[in-house]
Design a protein around this ligand. Sequence first.
Ligand code: PGA
Length: 244
Amino acid sequence: MAGNWKMYKTAAETSAFFEKFRTLVERSEHCEILICPPFPNLPAAVAGARGTRIGVGAQNLFWAREGAYTGEVSGPMIRSLGCSHVIVGHSERRQYFGETNETVLKRTLAALEAGLTPIVCVGETLEQRDGGRTEAVLLDQCRNGTAGLAADQFAGIVVAYEPVWAIGTGKTATPQMAADAHRVIRDYFRGAQGKEISEKLRILYGGSVKPDNVKGLMAQPGIDGALVGGASLDPISFASIVNF
Ligand code: PGA
């Protein structure tokens, strides 16, 4: 269960969140719990999560290890703070910051190289869904966003299915729609990487996950977890999602 905080909260607000949240999930051993705050708040989050099972991840990374890349942050920098994961290819990055399948692949490889688990995001827009292109878009994003990954590298990634039309809109995919998309994704990876790897692959659903709809989504066999935006900002709300 992963929280994507996007561009919300200061360091002080991050510490305050963890103070409350850590006690609310201290008995939650049925899943991994992850919070992905903005870069400047990673140290506060790592400190707030210390001594708990809560992991901390970043929301993006650049693919070079270091260099003259003003404004960028590398995998080794994120890893050295004590982070375990990094979100890659979120639809907001594809929409506003020029992210493509090619740059997703570079970031995914850089994350693995740095010892981070990339959470690779895929998902169709409303226009693509209405045009009957959901499956083709998902296959294209999966194929080209992970092209050439070796089996051991592939075993280190998580995929998040996030229909763009469901992000921050209050419109959730029905459990059936989400399950259908997860099946398309898992089937693709079964063909590309084999049965064992594809069965172990974790595929999260994201897009307006809330305490009152998480149960129905998680009841679908192919949905392994959730990537939660808005509802992860409040400790009580995110804890009730974790403890669904
Ligand atoms: P949301 O965001 O839960 O606010 O819809 C999900 C995401 O963008 O990861």
